[in-house]
Write a protein that binds this ligand. Structure first.
Ligand code: ATP
Ligand code: MG
Length: 239
């Protein structure tokens, strides 16, 4: 289980994340939504160790990982994708995945079956292994990032706007892919996106952030009817 207790981050005069508490169970998908600048990416950066939180606690399976550096958290099973893609364009699809998988092999710390081979099939990359990552369509680059994150055999998988730039068909395939991950390689998943139908389709629970704080948290149906969420973000209820 991923557990945040009153986690905060300030950049100069901007309180980007303000005492955020949330829990993500080890077999559940948690959506993180909210307007631009709400602090969603910053929160993922704090969990993955790319940024250091100013105060609060970040726990994974009961252990405080707040003092771990980013690479230690990755080895401990904290995996993520980026809002702005960070695949290696000059490596092949296969090499991109192997670089991530080698992190786990070297440390040999998790015994579970690696999801990589099945994930390559599931995310439609099997016939693209030898292509350079730069040759993939944008939708497949996003999928490669997810498979690469899965290669870490994650306890926590965080996806920052995975559906961004995807067409409807690609988004449907992504939904199927994430449902496959949930069933076959359950972990605590935290998913940011502005595509609310996508979020409602894949998430068990949702947290809405606004100006660094948690505005609302709960089941998707309840959150989407919350007047504060409608006023700050949705504009109208999502059916
Ligand atoms: N490295 C940084 N230095 C200074 N300010 C930052 C930094 N990163 C983020 N911020 C600020 O923190 C706030 C939250 O930004 P963040 O990127 O987390 O928002 P977001 O919810 O992910 O937005 P979006 O939906 O547009 O991706 C914004 O005011 C942003 O300008
Ligand atoms: Mg963001």
């Amino acid at each position: 289980m991923l557990e945040l207790v009153e986690v905060s981050k300030r950049f100069g005069g901007v309180q980007a994340v303000d005492a955020v508490s949330l829990q993500v169970d080890s077999d559940s998908v948690h959506g993180l939504i909210g307007p631009n600048g709400a602090g969603k990416t910053t929160l993922i950066n704090l969990i993955s160790g790319l940024l250091v939180h100013s105060s609060g606690n970040i726990r994974l399976n009961g252990r405080d990982i707040g003092d771990f550096q980013a690479h230690q958290r990755a080895r401990y099973g904290v995996a993520r994708t980026f809002q702005n893609l960070r695949i290696y364009p000059n490596l092949t699809v296969q090499q991109n995945i192997e670089v991530a998988a080698s992190t786990v092999t070297r440390t040999n710390r998790r015994q579970q079956a690696s999801p990589v081979e099945e994930a390559i099939q599931q995310f439609d990359l099997a016939d693209k292994r030898r292509l350079y990552a730069s040759e993939l369509s944008y939708g497949h680059m996003r999928r490669l990032e997810i498979v690469r994150a899965l290669a870490l055999v994650p306890h926590v998988l965080m996806l920052d706007e995975p559906a961004a730039g995807m067409n409807q068909e690609e988004t449907e395939q992504l939904i199927e892919g994430l449902q496959w991950v949930k069933q076959n390689h359950p972990c605590a998943m935290l998913v940011i996106d502005h595509d609310l139908r996508f979020i409602m389709s894949v998430c068990d629970r949702i947290t809405v952030m606004n100006m660094g704080s948690v505005l609302s948290s709960g089941a998707p149906a309840d959150v989407s009817k919350d007047p504060a969420v409608i006023a700050a973000y949705l504009g109208e209820p999502v059916s």
